[in-house]
Design a protein around this ligand. Sequence first.
Ligand SMILES: [Mg+2]
Length: 258
Amino acid sequence: MTDRQIECWLTDMDGVLVHEGQAIPGASEFIATLRDAGRPFLVLTNNSIFTARDLAARLSRSGIEVPEEAIWTSALATATFLADQVPNGSAYAIGEAGLTTALHAAGYTLTETDPDYVVLGETRTYSFEAITKAIRLIKGGARFIATNPDTTGPSTEGPLPATGAVAAMITAATGRSPYYVGKPNPMMFRSALNRIDAHSETTAMIGDRMDTDVVAGIEAGLETFLVLTGSTAPEEVDHHPFRPSHVVDSIADLIPRV
Ligand SMILES: [Mg+2]
């Protein structure tokens, strides 16, 4: 594939910049190089628990300095999508500050009474009562949206059920499937491009997963870089019916490309 002139960068967070709270070697230098060069960039995550400010603070503790304006979560993408679809609407939200703050900032009202949408995000403690309420509201006509389809999330004790798994339970009870805004929906990348006034032809996406980052990057028309510091082993790349533009060992290899 021909190398395009890259003006803007989108990068996944977990498995690319950090791994279990530790910076991946080269990540801090890569972000510093982008900032020094004045390149528009966004750090993307399907995690909807935290606000951009929380995530900026967590990255800073790992030694990676990313301004909060340069972080784009599935919660922010979801709130932006909803504000565009139904401006100043209402939602019953299951989620944490990352989601509720984003909805409020997008002009939404949070309510348990006749909302336009039920919005499901990530929490560490899913409440059966809240899930029951969501099911009844969807049965009553509320539209069903979820931040991201991931069925499990990581923890030090083992996998945790995540948004996609809870959505499956709500779907079983209502017969309604949610519209997922986060990766692998290329909507997540399209809204990120709009956020930094970037164009797909001159933007690259860096990720560690073939089935989310790379496929969504291809569908959004971006140059794609797969790094091998996360969840994809080199031999797995060929098992997929699509391929990234480039495979590199780690984000450190991309510093000279900025
Ligand atoms: Mg990742």
